[in-house]
Design a protein around this ligand. Structure first.
Ligand SMILES: Nc1ncnc2c1ncn2[C@@H]1O[C@H](COP(=O)(O)OP(=O)(O)OP(=O)(O)O)[C@@H](O)[C@H]1O
Length: 232
C-alpha cells in the first residue's frame, strides 16, 4: 500500500500531539520513526493505520483519504496493516499457534489454511517448537516474537512495530530485528523506537520532536543529541 500523511495534525483536547506532519511512504519503505517519549511516534503510526482520526490534514491510502471511506471499506483496507503494539497481549488460554491463527480465522480463512500459514510464520520467527505452548510459559522475547508472528500471519503489506525492542535483552532484540526484516521483505516496515536500534539500521529516519517531523531522510544521529527545543 502507498501510504501518505498530508499536513497531519492530531489534538487531544487542548493538547496538540502531531503538528502538520507530511510524509510519503511508498510500498517497500523501510523507516525508523524516532523521537523522545511523548514526541508523538505512536500517534503517527496509529493515524497512518487509521486508528486515530486526524484533527486536520489527511492520511492517504493508495491515494484515498482514509477518513472518507465507509467503515466497511476502512476495515477492508486495514487488513493490509500488521501492527505490533507495546501493549499487545497474547490470549492466555490459547496456545501460541491458536493465537497466531486468531486473526486469520476472524477473517474467515479456512481452518486448515490458517493453521498452515500460522505454522509457517511461527517457523519464520523461530517459534515452531513453541506452537503448542501456552503464552505464560514463554519468555518476554518469545512473547514478542509470537506477537510479531500474529501481526504477520495475514501477510500485511505494511508492518508497523511500536517499540518492539522495549524490555528485551540485546540478544533477543537482535533476533526480533532479524525477524522483522525477514518477514517484511518487499512490504513497508515502520519501526518506532526512542533510540535508533543498532540491530535494525533502516535507511530512512522520520524524526519527531514535540509532534513535528523535524527530519525525514537518511539516518541523522545528530538529532538524537540535539537539545529539546525545536527552533520556531
Ligand atoms: N488518547 C489520548 N488522549 C490524550 N492524550 C494522549 C492520547 N494518546 C497519547 N496522548 C498524549 O500524546 C503525546 C504523544 O503520545 P505518543 O504515544 O504518540 O508519543 P510517543 O512518542 O509514542 O511516546 P512513547 O515513546 O513514550 O511511547 C503524549 O504526551 C501522550 O500523553
Amino acid at each position: 500500500m502507498d501510504l501518505r500523511a498530508d499536513g497531519l495534525t492530531v489534538r487531544y483536547g487542548a493538547r496538540q500531539v502531531l503538528s502538520g506532519v507530511s510524509c510519503a511512504l511508498p510500498p517497500g519503505t523501510q523507516a525508523l520513526v524516532l523521537g523522545r517519549s511523548g514526541a508523538g511516534k505512536t500517534t503517527l503510526v496509529k493515524a497512518l493505520a487509521g486508528l486515530v482520526r486526524p484533527t486536520e490534514g489527511r492520511v492517504l491510502w493508495d491515494g484515498q483519504d482514509a477518513a472518507r471511506l465507509t467503515a466497511a471499506e476502512r476495515r477492508e483496507q486495514q487488513a493490509s496493516f500488521g501492527m505490533v503494539f507495546q501493549t499487545d497481549a497474547l490470549f492466555d488460554s490459547m496456545t501460541v499457534l491458536e493465537n497466531v491463527m486468531a486473526p486469520l480465522t476472524r477473517r474467515h480463512v479456512p481452518e486448515a489454511e490458517a493453521r498452515a500459514r500460522a505454522s509457517d510464520v511461527l517457523r519464520a520467527v523461530g517459534l515452531a517448537d513453541a506452537a503448542g505452548t501456552l503464552p505464560e510459559r514463554l519468555s518476554g522475547g518469545m512473547k514478542k516474537r509470537a506477537g510479531i508472528a500474529r501481526a504477520l500471519a495475514a501477510r500485511p503489506s505494511v508492518v508497523l512495530a511500536d517499540d518492539p525492542f522495549a524490555g528485551l535483552d540485546p540478544g533477543t532484540a537482535r533476533q526480533v530485528a532479524r525477524v522483522l526484516l525477514d518477514v517484511s521483505q518487499g512490504g513497508t516496515l515502520l519501526v518506532v523506537a526512542t533510540e535508533a536500534p543498532m540491530d535494525l539500521p533502516l535507511p530512512r529516519w522520520l524524526y519527531l520532536r514535540s509532534g513535528r517531523l523535524v527530519h525525514d531522510g537518511p539516518p541523522a544521529p545528530e538529532w538524537e543529541d540535539a537539545p529539546d527545543e525545536v527552533p520556531a
